[in-house]
Design a protein around this ligand. Structure first.
Ligand code: MUC
Ligand code: MG
Length: 371
């Protein structure tokens, strides 16, 4: 039994965000989804998404580079080749170095097609869903403390979210701490609040700020220092009771293993884009579980296609720190016929074969950049 891809097509789809989203390295007013469609000999279509943040501000691949990687290098390797499953797909892709974001898009499209072919959801192909509703926090990142408090309060009141992440790291460390402490106090003791510094601090700033955040009840500190400073990150993970979450510093199973060997005791943020796809992200998750490192389901601020691909993978795990799979809510529109359901602090995993969603190709073409 083997699926044969006949055609691979990609589009760059630009969708505005509902408000400016301010991170330490960029402010987003738009998200570009690199969407890929695989058409198979068996008459099946599969969809995938490759997404990053702020062009080349976050990662080493841009939406444009993902598209060219797929069209120029990945498609010629895959088209016409019988593929028995996702590990066979990766055997073919292994001859291409790096480019995990592009690989994540094609892995997703292949899994969607394969799932439709065997009439099973992607989660079943990946080990089986243990959960059909996953906790999903919201990120407060307007850049203004008062606005963030109002936004958080509104989302708590309507019950959509019960936990929040704050984007800090672009201001002085004492301003960042003040911002986080004020929001935490305003939202209340019972509400989980964590901060993502996106590599914005030096070690000295981190050593000053983390105890103050810990004192205020911030339970998770995400990527406080540069991704290259792994020994310092390991050191921070062992110093505090608040947990250090590695994001940019841990992409795939190999990097996870290296951090664990160095003595890292924090948590890992899983992202399908960083690892090269949902199946590859699960390899990192399993390494972490074997070593007792706790897990968090991360986003690259994907639209619905990428978000659902990740949810299928995360549904097979127990994630100690929940997820941040809110990407579609940050976008003014999307290219699917049915939006995801977010309620009571959770997002629901779509049912049905493959991803379990339907793409609206007219909408896709409406937002797509002209060729
Ligand atoms: C990141 O660094 O984690 C995830 C949520 C968010 O607001 O930004 C992303 C990127
Ligand atoms: Mg992060």
């Amino acid at each position: 039994m083997a699926l044969i891809i006949e055609e691979i097509r990609c589009w760059l789809v630009d969708i505005p965000t509902i408000r400016p989203h301010k991170l330490s390295m960029t402010t987003m007013g738009n998200q570009t989804l690199m969407l890929v469609r695989v058409r198979c000999q068996q008459g099946i279509i599969g969809w995938g998404e490759g997404t990053t943040i702020g062009g080349l501000s976050y990662g080493v691949e841009s939406p444009e580079s993902m598209k060219i990687t797929l069209e120029r290098y990945i498609a010629p390797l895959l088209v016409g080749k019988p593929l028995t499953g996702v590990s066979a797909l990766h055997d073919v892709l292994a001859s291409l170095r790096g480019n995990n974001f592009a690989k994540s898009a094609i892995e997703t499209a292949f899994l969607d097609a394969f799932g439709k072919w065997v009439n099973q959801p992607i989660s079943t192909l990946l080990g089986g869903a243990k959960h059909h509703a996953l906790p999903a926090l919201w990120t407060l990142a307007s850049g203004d403390t008062q606005k963030d408090i109002e936004e958080g309060q509104r989302l708590l009141d309507c019950g959509r979210h019960r936990a929040f992440k704050l984007k800090i790291g672009s201001k002085a460390a004492d301003a960042d701490v003040q911002h986080a402490v004020q929001i935490k106090h305003a939202l209340g003791e019972k509400v989980h609040v964590h901060v993502d510094v996106n590599q914005g601090w030096t070690l000295a700033q981190a050593l000053w700020a983390i105890p103050r955040l810990q004192e205020a009840g911030i339970t998770l500190i995400e990527q406080p220092i540069a991704l290259t400073e792994t020994s310092q990150l390991v050191d921070l993970s062992t110093r505090f009771t608040t947990t250090i979450l590695a994001d940019e510093a841990v992409t795939d199973a190999t990097q996870g293993m290296a951090l664990i060997r160095q003595g890292f005791t924090g948590a890992f943020a899983l992202k399908i884009a960083k690892a090269g796809g949902p199946y590859q992200a699960l390899k990192l998750a399993h390494v972490a579980q074997a070593a007792g490192v706790s897990l968090y389901g991360g986003t690259m601020l994907e639209g619905t296609i990428g978000t659902v691909a990740a949810l299928h993978a995360w549904s097979t795990l127990t994630l100690e720190w929940g997820t941040e799979m809110f990407g579609p809510l940050l976008l003014k529109d999307d290219v699917v016929t049915q939006p995801l359901v977010y309620q009571s602090g959770c997002v629901t995993l779509p049912q049905g074969p493959g991803l379990g969603i339907e793409v609206d190709e007219d909408k896709l073409l409406h937002y797509a950049r002209p060729e």
